[in-house]
Design a protein around this ligand. Structure first.
Ligand code: URA
Length: 424
């Protein structure tokens, strides 16, 4: 087999054979195919796309580059959720313990944030003592005892994706539906959960800017999951505005704890309960109402157990930024725009996110807002608060927010849940 033949085949619009796919993924993972050749192939895929069967094989080859976890003997059904990433998306924090409290185990191998979207591990690391690294034995033990684990993925989970994603990042080949779908699904299928619910974000703060693109990505991922024997469902949800009232790390954990305590912003509660219901249904559990379990306080008990099992202190105070800069409302009227991308970039510039994989993040940095869309605001009264340990970061964060706030504008907002995509 020759890399040049594979590149030429895709360049000229042919469907790669199973043998070509298996060989090129394996050879690239081993280092026998170089970055320059894989970059050319990836660019050809960006322009030519992939057939359904070709994409299924490509994803399987990525899964087979590492280990596929076996969770069948846990003694209870398993389900996971994956979000394609957004601003203020702290849903995993209340969702994982809620689903565990409903009797379905949640094995979540998670990543860190990159760019303006946050990462679940970065948020959890603001809890004093909490560790993202968990050994395989502890991971299984925690799934048995607590029913939920959110931790860092090890080196053996889809190693082909680690190399491919790093290469895509520097070659302008991230924005391709088959490449995004195979990247996400290879990791999620390798994780071993029996059911998977995808939260595909759409809007300015998401990868997918239009409902059409988000729906196509959702359909593609549901197809891959179903073909691989994982019961997969997707919700397409709004990311034209940020979720809840906070974007950052510790500030999002604080909001998640409010939700677990029975309060919190209505959109975070609604999406958490809906995703939990989808996970339970996909896992075959039909007699438990996640809304009732959330109100009962059992999800809070699971959260405390989940945090403590990874060394965290659920009673410790969360760290608070040294500087708080208040942004006043620009006019009196109804808040009609709070742009997700603007808020995400502001939080990132305050230190909540990273530009490169190896950069550290500030656990205290972030943005909180005191009114939600549709609420009445008064000119000059506090609307947003910028949290940072470094006051020099504030002016650039304010720049990002320049056109992100609107009062009595005619912006058209997406419904929180835009669509539901299941296997056909
Ligand atoms: N997240 C991933 O894991 N992979 C992509 O390609 C895009 C988002």
């Amino acid at each position: 087999m020759d890399a040049i033949d594979v590149i030429r085949a895709k360049r000229d619009g042919h469907t790669l054979t199973d043998e070509q796919v298996d060989w090129v993924i394996d050879a690239y993972t081993r280092g026998a195919v170089g970055d320059e050749q894989m970059a050319a192939l990836l660019m050809a895929i960006v322009f030519r796309g992939m057939e359904t069967s070709e994409l299924a094989r490509w994803t399987t080859a990525m899964i087979d580059s590492g280990e596929r976890m076996q969770l069948a003997d846990l003694g209870r059904p398993t389900a996971d959720k994956h979000s394609t990433g957004g601003v203020g998306d702290k849903i995993t924090l209340p969702l994982a313990p809620l689903v565990a409290a409903c009797g379905v185990a949640v094995p979540q191998l998670s990543g860190r944030g990159l760019g303006h979207t946050g990462g679940t591990l970065d948020k959890l690391e603001s809890i004093p003592g909490w560790r993202a690294d968990v050994s395989h034995a502890d991971y299984l033990a925690q799934l048995r005892s607590v029913g939920a684990v959110v931790c860092a993925a090890g080196e053996t989970l889809a190693p082909a994706d680690k190399k491919l994603y790093a290469l895509r990042d520097v070659t302008g080949t991230v924005e391709s539906i088959p490449l995004i779908a195979s990247s996400i699904m290879s990791k999620k299928i390798a994780e071993g959960a029996g059911a998977l619910v995808l939260d595909v974000k759409v809007g300015s703060g998401a990868f997918m800017k239009t409902v059409e693109q988000a729906t196509e990505l959702a359909r593609t991922m549901v197809g891959i999951g179903t073909e691989a024997g994982v019961r997969t469902v997707a919700l397409v949800t709004a990311m034209d505005r940020p979720l809840g009232r906070s974007a950052g790390n510790a500030v999002e954990v604080a909001e998640a704890v409010l939700v677990l305590a029975g309060g919190g912003p209505a959109d975070v509660v609604e999406l958490t309960v809906r995703l939990a219901a989808e996970m339970l249904a996909a896992a075959g559990v039909s007699d438990v109402d996640p809304g009732t379990v959330l109100s009962s306080g059992k999800a809070m008990d699971s959260w405390r157990a989940m945090i403590a099992a990874q060394g965290g202190d659920p009673d410790a105070s969360l760290p608070v930024a040294r500087e708080q800069h208040v942004v006043p409302a620009p006019a009196t009227g109804r808040l009609t725009r709070l742009d997700a991308y603007g808020v995400g970039v502001a939080a990132w510039r305050l230190g909540a996110g990273r530009a490169r994989k190896q950069d550290p993040v500030s656990v205290t940095a972030g943005v909180t807002w005191l009114a939600g869309l549709g609420d009445e605001v008064r000119e000059g009264e506090p609307l947003l608060v910028l949290h940072t340990d470094d006051a020099d970061r504030v002016p650039r964060a304010l720049n990002a927010l320049e056109s992100a706030i609107g009062v009595d504008t005619d912006d058209e907002l997406l419904p929180l849940i835009v669509d539901r995509i299941a296997a056909s």
